[in-house]
Design a binder for this molecule. Structure first.
Ligand code: VAL
Length: 184
């Protein structure tokens, strides 16, 4: 089974681009977006604000073309990952309770090989994520039970097997205009 990769808009709610641009965040495990606590940026990478004339997305400079494709250009505004630290965003799903989270963290393991240079963080499901998020005092959210199903009462994923939830979650992101790209 090849994991799908999804590119998701995380609308910024604090910092200089609040209400104006979204982080474009990449993940290969959409079902873990329910447990998102942060988005990781490399402190030394330059991130650009790109536009298609309609909306603005933040991506790592070296990945602009690869991530966004034709029709997107840099606006001239850029920030280092270090400057973006703690910018807050609206998380993709609010199915579980979460406080004092949903902001940009810095992590050295983020690369500019694939994706957008902004990596979705779910500390319950990744070692790097756990280490990174711990350093920021972020909680570990795990709504998946030992049998691999989501806890009941979690809206569109409640009771579902985690891998099966991918499809529903991606469809929901798409309906809400948050899905930029889905590479199956
Ligand atoms: N960070 C990883 C991802 O984006 C997981 C472990 C959540 O797919």
């Amino acid at each position: 089974v090849v994991d799908p990769s999804v590119f998701v808009r995380f609308p910024l709610t604090s910092g200089p681009l609040a209400g104006e641009a979204s982080l474009l965040v990449w993940t290969t495990t959409p079902w873990t977006l329910v447990s998102n606590t942060a988005a990781a940026a490399h402190p030394d990478v330059t991130y650009v604000v790109a536009t298609d004339g309609n909306e603005k997305l933040v991506v790592a400079e070296p990945l602009l073309e690869k991530a966004l494709g034709e029709g997107w250009t840099a606006t001239g505004r850029s920030f280092t990952g270090r400057e973006m630290e703690r910018w807050a965003y609206r998380r993709p799903f609010d199915l579980v309770e979460l406080e004092d989270a949903s902001f940009v963290v810095n992590a050295d393991y983020v690369t500019t090989e694939d994706g957008t240079g902004l990596v979705h963080q779910a500390p319950a499901f990744g070692e790097d994520d756990l280490r990174t998020c711990r350093a920021y005092g972020l909680p570990v959210i795990n709504p998946v039970r030992p049998d691999g199903t989501f806890e009941e009462g979690l809206g569109l994923v409640g009771g579902q097997f985690f891998k099966k939830a991918d499809e529903k979650l991606v469809a929901d992101l798409s309906e809400r205009g948050l899905l930029f790209k889905h590479v199956a």
